[in-house]
Write a protein that binds this ligand. Structure first.
Ligand SMILES: [Zn+2]
Length: 362
């Protein structure tokens, strides 16, 4: 295997080299004799196996052993700046052309043990249950197709209405009156034939049993529906039984939010409800609500796209494990007015949660 330096910025200063990695993280390497800089230049070509590095270094005037080079390569891999020179190996030419930018994104997370192609394969093997084909759901679908997800089961009961065209860009005027799932599937076929298989499921989701049935075999569930009112708990319950992570989000007034749950790993949605009940504040507040605004949809196109993007990214983390899910049991909010304030609030496991802490013998 030939290691190659990732396409990153490298800064050379007197007796020091600085690697600019992912998230602009800086790694400082002492380099009093210039040998580190020489090695990085050699590795940028990705033309030598580790056993060939001593000869390449000798050409640049440095005498090193193979053990020195193996240690240096391992250290550089540890800080995440190396990938295999053939990081795309095994992918056919069509795939390389179609998904090139995705593959270069995966390179950021690749290492000598896991080439970029492995992330794409994980996406290609994915089977996503996507609940809802509205503003957020259709946007998530578009992202998943762009990412090359293997299969999406898209569930929705609505038909396309003219007002949807303000933010649901998978549909056009000719789709008005058609079932959203059919129109969305047709969009995927037109957009990227022969890649993501989209299965249209014209069904209303009203209970955990339905989600469990539809979600059998899924790698992840993405919930983009807001009814019935306890939908989050229903998805939570079904996903626990399936042992499948889920991602969800929405818009309340001017605040966009999303979060996810990884059953058995992160605290769950029921934990959040129980935590809130302990605090008492929510219940008291909810019991005092005189008028509800829940049926007003204020989502504009950019809002739906933003939310769909954040949710698709989180879904991608579960599917490819590029990096850990950022929203697992963590409420992410973005207020779209008042200066785009953002918050990230993790919630703890609740000791009384029957899903996270099953009773003995249960
Ligand atoms: Zn729980």
């Amino acid at each position: 295997m030939q290691p190659r330096l990732k396409s990153i910025a490298v800064v050379q200063r007197p007796a020091e080299v600085i690697l600019v990695g992912r998230a602009m993280e800086l790694t400082y390497l002492a380099d009093p004799d210039g040998s580190v800089a020489a090695l990085l230049q050699i590795l940028a070509q990705g033309a030598h196996p580790v056993t060939g590095l001593p000869a390449a270094m000798r050409e640049r005037g440095f005498t090193v052993t193979e053990a020195d080079m193996a240690a240096a390569v391992a250290a550089l891999d540890e800080v995440g700046v190396l990938l295999p020179a053939d990081t795309d190996a095994g992918l056919d030419p069509d795939t390389l052309r179609r998904y090139e930018s995705n593959l270069r994104f995966y390179d950021l997370f690749a290492g000598l043990e896991r080439p970029g192609a492995a992330f794409h394969r994980a996406m290609r093997d994915a089977d996503v249950l996507l609940l809802g084909a509205g503003g957020v759901g259709s946007g998530v679908l578009q992202s998943l197709v762009g990412l090359g997800a293997g299969r999406v089961r898209l569930v929705d009961f609505d038909v396309v209405e003219e007002k949807n065209l303000a933010r649901q860009f998978a549909y056009n005027r000719a789709d008005v009156g058609r079932a959203k799932v059919d129109a969305a599937r047709d969009w995927a076929v037109r957009y990227s034939p022969g890649t993501t298989a989209v299965e249209a499921v014209h069904e209303r989701v009203a209970d955990a049993a339905t989600i469990r049935r539809l979600g059998a075999g899924a790698s992840v569930v993405v919930s983009c529906i807001d009814s019935p009112s306890d939908i989050q708990l229903l998805v939570n319950e079904a996903c626990f039984e399936l042992g499948v992570p889920f991602v969800t989000g929405g818009l309340q007034y001017s605040t966009l939010f999303y979060w996810s749950v990884e059953p058995g790993v992160s605290p769950c949605r029921l934990c959040l409800e129980l935590n809130r009940a302990d605090e008492g504040a929510t219940q008291e507040f909810e019991q005092s609500v005189m008028m509800s605004a829940e049926f007003v949809n204020r989502a504009t196109g950019p809002v739906a796209q933003l939310l769909a993007g954040f949710m698709a990214l989180e879904t991608g983390r579960y599917l490819t494990r590029t990096d850990p899910p950022v929203a697992a049991a963590t409420y992410h909010t973005f207020d779209l007015t008042d200066g785009m304030r953002t918050t990230q609030e993790p919630w703890p496991r609740h000791p009384g949660c029957t899903l996270c802490h099953p009773a003995p013998g249960a």
